[in-house]
Design a protein around this ligand. Structure first.
Ligand SMILES: Nc1ncnc2c1ncn2[C@@H]1O[C@H](COP(=O)(O)OP(=O)(O)O)[C@@H](O)[C@H]1O
Ligand SMILES: [Mg+2]
Length: 351
């Protein structure tokens, strides 16, 4: 039995509708919810938490229908982007808040607060007021406050968005450890794909109030269900036609080149190749990749800690991604000619 089931959740907010959203989340699952701004990710999370009246649908937790339960009786905690701590209370009091409401005795409160504070490396801050903490420390406090009550489900709405990338990375690894230890099931809304790769077991993609794809990160990022999702997860789409089989591989003509995929297919196909699965080299030389395509570097753009490249292979556009170091070592510049190489197993047939 799944831990959390959401069935046909529908909400009417006037201009915005959540439309028949269904989800099934196993115990200990880590589901990230992605999608463009305004897709309804926050509304979905808050609907699961019980903050919106439903047009229809049900929320079932451990087999029990909780659709009509108020938020505080759902066994869920929610963490937002902007920490929302009580400013006049110490970190200790902030974390202890939910335990006091539950009526735990002093010694238990003390033990539970210290334990989660140690897990999240904020045990040295317990006497401080939130206003004196860094963003990362405040968010760790908010996480501690959410987790200390041992929720059945932890809901997080862009929890790392306000933090710098180094702090985000540190928080991800802390979250992963603490989630494992507490056995918490997580629904995490994010626009940062790093969160997906670092944390998620499953991904739901939302668009216009609907879930348009659900799967593992590998499925969603390598086999997007349609062009909108492919574009959103920044994979390359190539259109071609199957021209034959060579052993285990399927040969596909894309423009003037023949590419090989490990997937089975016939007729006209759409293929996906992830930018990070493309290797660039000056010479086609030694490489286990079955696909070797001459490309022209069109442009470079530094985004975060990586360099995104726009390439073209006889007019077919491709994006690839390299580290700044690799870009410099290889002398990647607009107008230069390279070979793009990728494995047949990385070229996936999506349609
Ligand atoms: N309480 C509300 N009343 C009316 N419209 C709302 C309310 N909350 C959100 N919306 C609208 O619902 C849509 C989805 O919002 P939201 O879930 O916040 O998107 P996101 O995917 O960016 O988190 C937006 O168009 C937003 O303006
Ligand atoms: Mg949102």
């Amino acid at each position: 039995m799944p831990l959390l089931e959401v069935e046909n959740l529908s909400i009417d907010l006037g201009d915005f509708h959540l439309r028949d959203v269904s989800l099934s989340v196993e115990e200990n699952d880590y589901l990230t919810i992605i999608g463009p701004t305004g897709a309804g990710k926050s509304v979905l999370l808050e609907a699961i938490a019980g903050f919106y009246p439903l047009l229809k649908g049900r929320v079932i937790l451990e087999g029990k229908d909780i659709t009509r339960e108020p938020p505080e009786r759902r066994g869920m905690s929610i963490v937002y982007q902007d920490y929302v701590l009580f400013p006049h209370m110490t970190v200790f009091e902030n974390i202890a808040f939910g335990l006091r409401k539950k009526g735990l005795v002093r010694a238990e409160i003390e033990r539970e607060v210290r334990h989660i504070a140690e897990e999240l490396h904020i045990d040295h801050l317990l006497h401080r007021k939130p206003g004196t903490l860094s963003g990362g420390e405040q968010q760790r406090t908010a996480l501690a406050r959410a987790l200390v009550v041992r929720p059945r489900v932890l809901l997080m709405d862009e929890p790392f968005s306000a933090l710098d990338s180094k702090t985000r990375e540190k928080l991800r690894s802390l979250v992963r450890n603490v989630i494992d230890e507490y056995g918490t099931t997580v629904l995490h809304v994010t626009h940062d794909f790093e969160d997906v790769f670092a944390l998620a077991k499953h991904v739901a993609v939302m668009r216009d109030g609907r879930i348009v794809q659900f799967g593992t990160p590998e499925e969603v990022f390598s086999r997007p269900a349609d062009e909108f999702i492919a574009d959103f997860v920044r994979t390359n789409l190539l259109r071609g036609e199957v021209v034959g089989k060579e052993g285990e591989l399927t040969a596909v003509r894309v423009g003037n080149v023949i590419l090989y995929t490990a997937d089975d297919a016939e007729g006209k196909v759409t293929l996906s190749i992830r930018p990070e699965d493309i290797i660039l080299a000056r010479e086609p030389g030694e490489c286990s990749a079955q696909n070797v395509v001459p490309v022209l570097i069109e442009s470079l753009e530094k985004r975060g800690h990586l360099v995104w490249l726009s390439l073209s292979s006889e007019g077919v556009p491709l994006s690839a991604v390299v580290t700044p170091n690799a870009a410099e070592l290889l002398g990647i510049k607009p107008g230069e000619k390279f070979y793009a190489m990728f494995k047949a197993s990385a070229l996936r047939v999506i349609k």
